[in-house]
Design a binder for this molecule. Structure first.
Ligand code: GLC
Ligand code: CA
Length: 587
């Protein structure tokens, strides 16, 4: 049963859609081959025309760029290659003039090892910054060999602890060696985080995307993690650091600042499958975060032990994931963030639709429809609106730049130098899952370098050669393009706000491995979102699936909605390859 309207909390951040920008690959304004903030400013009209309300800017602060800016050495200044604080102020102003907001990325689980805090912290055991990071003495095994304090694995391969010769202790780094974890138990660290937030909010930023924010409270016993992968000494310790003991206490403090500024917040939360625990962070009356990013649907193709091992999944798995969170958040006054892609994920047309090139556009439109008309705030990642795809299969490993992927590759070469099969398989998996897939420059035109940078410049990462066909210039004025279809979906969502933002959600034709369909209902208004996930034509029985009659065609991915209603008048409807259709139906 749909919930009475009076019980629903309305909020501006529920109604918005967000566009994510990863600055290095967006638009280069000065032909040095690296995207920059003036480049982003030059594209604000393009973003606005897509129907976006909020722009999320990935880290642009000073950084040695070991992990593309997620290793920050100064939170108060901007990396030279991207511009200046004044450029960010101009960007904020440019967004505001167009009625859009700007989010900054808040990366405070760790800093760069080049941050002043860490330099001081590692200088001596009695430095006042020692406690800002997590330092522990070594353990010794039976042979007397020095071992890290526990067996936790780093997200970027190997032990999560690094030995520091100078002071004779290990420090914790859940990510790269150059990304030491901050110690949130120490009050000055939390104060420093609050100061950073206020600084950017005072500059006019409208909120934050918070990097791995559920890792900031760790179990202070730092216990060994259970052994799941017997092939390695290093195990996932997430049980002891994901949603740790003091997380909500810390979130309450963040929430107070956010509320003061009426700011937007989305927290990145890997590993968490417990709906109740997520709810504690996002329930409306808790005043912690607005929403979080879930990981189950993007981990769907990972191997048992490792992301870069082959994994398989079924459409029903994906549907079950959405159904669970959609229903739970609706019933419990929480809220979802909806995304297929971001800078850590491959392109959705490859991962979810696995579509042949001839179906690229249809698959992209279908995925847009399924995602954005669910209950939640939709996030569009740069290039997704153009139907950009993964890197070409024939690309050499030298084209890959991501530390996650390259660390994996180098370890493989070291440990299995003559295992060509394992190397071949890893290479295939990189082309499917490496973060590089989402990081190639945005394809603005069919010019050399895709118009991302000057024709004679050398882009920091190669542009996908398919830019000659797939690019923004070809799409903005083509009514049938992926770009304009995304704009239609986002407009439709706003036009029928009650249904698509505030309505209830029910999965339809649950067990199908070919169709992803759901209904959204608000009081007596009901819509059906129906999509074909195959490259064949399907016959779909509307009656057995409980559809009582079609009032109006709201959207169709193949054609305009004019004169197509009779297609949906009988009992059985024919769906073309990857077709998406949205209908107003009898409640
Ligand atoms: C998040 C970011 C990712 C980064 C990691 C460490 O998962 O999205 O890009 O590498 O945190 O900061
Ligand atoms: Ca540049």
């Amino acid at each position: 049963m749909a919930k009475p309207a009076s019980q629903l909390h309305r909020a501006w951040w529920k109604e918005c859609s967000v566009y994510q920008i990863w600055p290095a690959s967006y638009k280069d304004s000065n032909d040095d081959g690296i995207g920059d903030i003036p480049g982003i400013i030059s594209k604000l009209d393009y973003i606005k025309k897509l129907g976006i309300d909020i722009v999320w800017l990935c880290p642009s602060y000073k950084s040695p760029q070991v992990d593309m800016g997620y290793d920050i050495s100064d939170y108060y200044s901007i990396a030279d290659e991207y511009g200046t604080v004044a450029d960010v102020e101009k960007l904020i102003q440019g967004c505001h003039e167009r009625g859009m907001k700007l989010l900054m990325d808040l990366v405070v689980n760790h800093t760069s090892d080049q941050h002043e805090w860490f330099k001081k912290s590692r200088s001596s055991k009695d430095n006042e910054y020692r406690n800002w990071y997590v330092w522990k003495p070594a353990r010794y095994d039976e042979q007397g060999n020095r071992q890290p304090p526990n067996n936790w694995v780093s997200h970027f391969q190997g032990s999560a602890w690094e030995w520091d010769e100078h002071t004779g202790e290990y420090y914790l780094h859940l990510y790269a060696t150059e990304q030491p974890d901050l110690n949130w138990e120490h009050p000055p660290v939390r104060k420093a985080v609050h100061d950073i937030m206020r600084f950017w909010l005072d500059k006019g930023a409208d909120g934050f995307r918070m990097d791995v924010i559920n890792f900031v409270s760790k179990d202070q016993r730092f216990p060994d993690a259970p052994v799941k992968d017997p092939r390695t000494p290093w195990q996932w310790g997430d049980k002891y650091y994901a949603n740790g003991p003091r997380l909500h206490e810390y979130f309450q403090d963040l929430g107070k600042i956010l509320k003061e500024y009426d700011a937007f917040s989305v927290g990145e939360m890997p590993f968490v499958k417990d709906t109740e625990e997520v709810l504690r962070a996002v329930r409306y009356d808790r005043n912690e975060l607005n929403m979080i990013f879930n990981f189950e649907h993007v981990d769907i193709d990972h191997g048992t032990y490792d992301k870069f091992e082959p994994g398989s999944w079924k459409l029903t798995d994906l549907k079950a994931f959405f159904e669970r969170w959609q229903k739970f958040m609706y019933d419990n006054d929480g809220w979802n963030a909806l995304y297929w892609e971001n800078h850590d994920q491959p392109r959705s047309i490859d991962r979810y639709a696995q579509a042949k090139e001839e179906f690229r556009t249809q698959a992209g439109k279908m995925l847009a429809t399924v995602l954005a008309l669910q209950s939640g705030t939709p996030f569009v990642y740069q290039g997704q609106e153009l139907g950009m795809r993964n890197v070409p299969r024939e690309w050499d490993i030298s084209e890959y730049k991501d530390i996650d992927c390259l660390n994996h590759w180098h370890r493989l070469l070291k440990h299995k130098p003559s295992d060509t099969e394992a190397q071949k398989s890893a290479r295939q998996e990189y082309q499917k899952k490496s973060r590089d897939n989402g990081r190639t420059p945005v394809q603005w035109s069919n010019a050399p370098n895709g118009g991302f940078t000057g024709p004679d410049a050398k882009p920091w990462m190669s542009v996908n050669p398919d830019h000659v066909r797939v690019n923004a210039e070809a799409q903005v004025n083509d009514p049938n393009s992926t770009y304009n279809y995304w704009a239609r979906v986002l407009r439709l969502r706003k036009k029928y706000l009650d249904i698509f933002v505030y309505g209830d959600y029910d999965l339809v034709d649950k067990d199908s491995q070919e169709v992803f369909a759901y209904s959204r209902q608000y009081e007596d208004q009901k819509a059906l979102v129906l999509t074909n996930w195959t490259e064949g034509t399907l016959e779909w029985d509307s009656t057995t699936n409980g559809i009582k009659g079609v009032k109006e065609v709201l959207l169709n991915s193949y054609e305009s909605t004019e004169g197509v209603k009779e297609r949906f008048s009988g009992q059985t409807w024919s769906l073309r390859p990857y077709e998406a259709v949205v209908l107003l139906v009898q409640a």
